[in-house]
Ligand binder design. Structure first.
Ligand SMILES: [Zn+2]
Length: 383
């Protein structure tokens, strides 16, 4: 609800770039007009919430029973349910499918973006994961639909580009490096992943224009001390962003500090990689023509291989998990807000600072979402 004057105040423990401080935000016309730090503000009897920038999920395949590759009603539903979890901006993310199916997804999201619901997370474009990935590290992508750039005419790929903000490419497949360079030149961010590359080929992928890394450690060559792979290139290149699925399933939490101690501040991205059944209970779903079972907090291919197929978390859980495993709150919050926006080159939101869009999430002392503001309007009821 917008205050009549278009002016409101938000009090809390403000999650700033590198610190948390009690204070007050003044919101005017949907933007942060003033940030006042007030050490006395935190001393009242009433427990103040944390106030953080809204979360941004650049890798999310669905939520709450809604599939990003489904209908525009699904996109509406997904945007609205993500917002309840503090996600104020996102990229609906498609998976490996026949190219006409991926083109239809791209067309549908493009047509939907101008009429996306104001009470949902805002789409910033879309992400496509596959089909130009390695069969050896395909994870839960359908092997029948994998392709190499060398065997596909550019005229079949070009219709995907408008609105495409992020895509995963394995650098070692035929034509992979050329496609990375071409996409990067067109303004699409390329994420290295689903890759069996050795160290040198992974480095060549970043040199060719790769700027991020799809779910670090999952579906890639890892840290073998005699055969270092993509994970080593991703961790040791200061300019490379890395995604982490912090659901405690995809990467053991014992490894998480290796990431945040190794990567420069600003290069870690929390992503959900959530599937449509996230938040909708146990069951079976189909993704890219493969059957996936959701049981508790694990999603695995139904073929008995045990291959993880995505998560059932949203970024609120990822941020909370990070703090439970020792990350400072500003580090965890930046990984879910400012950093993914930096990857996309979006600078008008994602920080508690004057002039920024008032996309905010109020969190309790265990980092659970209380309410969410998008563009200066509180959009979910407080709990
Ligand atoms: Zn994914």
């Amino acid at each position: 609800m917008r205050a009549d004057s278009g002016h409101l105040e938000v009090r809390g423990h403000l999650v700033l770039d590198d610190a948390v401080a009690p204070g007050r935000l003044t919101i005017e016309d949907g933007r942060i007009a003033a940030v006042d730090i007030d050490d006395e503000a935190g001393k009242g009897a009433e427990a103040l919430p944390y106030v953080a920038p809204g979360f941004v999920d650049v890798h999310v395949h669905g939520w709450g029973g809604h599939d990003a590759m489904g209908s525009t009603d699904d996109l509406d539903g997904m945007a609205r349910v993500l917002l309840q979890h503090g996600v104020t901006s996102f990229l609906p993310t498609g998976v490996t499918n026949p190219l006409p199916v991926i083109r239809a997804f791209a067309d549908r999201v493009r047509a939907w973006i101008p009429c996306a619901p104001a009470d949902g997370a805002e789409p910033l474009g879309f992400n496509i994961e596959g089909p130009f990935i390695s069969p050896a590290r395909r994870g839960a992508h359908n092997p029948a639909y994998l392709m190499t750039p060398a065997e596909v005419r550019w005229a079949e790929i070009e219709p995907l580009v408008e609105g495409l903000r992020l895509t995963t490419i394995a650098p070692e497949i035929p034509g992979g490096l050329e496609l990375i360079t071409r996409m990067q030149a067109l303004g699409v961010r390329v994420s290295i992943g689903h890759s069996a590359a050795d160290l040198d080929t992974a480095i060549a992928g970043y040199d060719a224009g790769g700027t991020s890394t799809t779910h670090l450690f999952n579906a890639m060559t890892g840290i073998d001390h005699r055969a270092p792979g993509v994970a080593v290139a991703a961790l040791t290149r200061d300019d490379a962003f890395v995604e982490l699925i912090a659901d405690e399933q995809h990467v053991h939490p014992a490894l998480w500090p290796i990431i945040w101690r190794t990567k420069p501040a600003g290069r870690l991205l929390l992503v959900s990689d959530a599937l449509s059944l996230a938040g909708a209970g146990d069951g079976r779903l189909s993704i890219g023509g493969l059957e996936v079972d959701v049981k508790g907090d694990r999603c695995t291919l139904a073929d008995g291989s045990g291959t993880l197929a995505g998560s059932v978390i949203a970024l609120d859980t990822a941020v909370r998990n990070m703090t439970h495993h020792g990350a400072a709150l500003p580090v965890a919050v930046a990984a879910a807000s400012r950093n993914p926006l930096a990857l996309l080159g979006v600078t008008d939101r994602g920080r508690i600072a004057v002039g920024q869009r008032a996309d905010l999430v109020e969190l309790d002392d265990d980092v659970r979402v209380r309410r969410v503001m998008r563009g200066g309007d509180w959009l979910t009821a407080g709990s």
